[in-house]
Design a protein around this ligand. Structure first.
Ligand code: FES
Length: 162
């Protein structure tokens, strides 16, 4: 990550957030959420910063980051498309949706296109099983998605139409 003034500002904001918390063991997750919101992902440099600030081992912080699928150590693209792979969605064809999306964008789940535009990831049940299979594109829930709907979703994301 570049050590530019923007990053410095984000580290300052993160420090202020940490300083404003009461000491509590459960804070690590709250702090990592904040850090990911600020930086977009949790690169090594950010994890080390958090570990030093909280006086925790780097291994402990990295253990939490890698345990929760919400946290990511890789930068995400401008648009994130998540395919729900929970049971109801899986039964209704989510893996075909995911395969087709991977083919269209030329990347695997968890990866970002070279131009930085799209990231594909998968989710566990998002609580909308009645709409299975579910795709969440930049936070918008698309239900009963069919493979033929994917192009439209991608075009909408690129054009900013929601
Ligand atoms: S399994 Fe996909 S919303 Fe529940």
């Amino acid at each position: 990550m570049c050590n530019n003034s923007l990053a410095e500002e984000k580290f300052k904001e993160l420090d202020a957030f940490i300083d404003g918390l009461e000491e509590d063991e459960g804070n690590l997750i709250v702090i990592l959420h904040k850090a990911q919101n600020l930086f977009g992902y949790l690169p090594r440099e950010v994890q080390l910063h958090v570990s030093r600030k909280l006086k925790l081992s780097a291994a402990k912080v990295n253990g939490v980051v890698t345990f929760y699928s919400y946290f990511t150590e890789e930068p995400k693209g401008q648009h994130v498309i998540s395919v729900c792979m929970g049971t109801a969605c899986f039964v209704r064809g989510a893996s075909d949706i995911l395969s087709s999306l991977q083919e269209k964008l030329g990347i695997k789940c968890g990866e970002t296109t070279k131009d930085g535009k799209f990231t594909i990831d998968s989710l566990r049940c998002v609580g909308a099983c009645g709409l299975a299979p579910v795709v969440i594109a930049d936070g918008r829930v698309h239900g009963r998605v069919e493979i033929d709907d994917l192009d439209k979703i991608l075009v909408e994301l690129e054009s900013g139409v929601r």
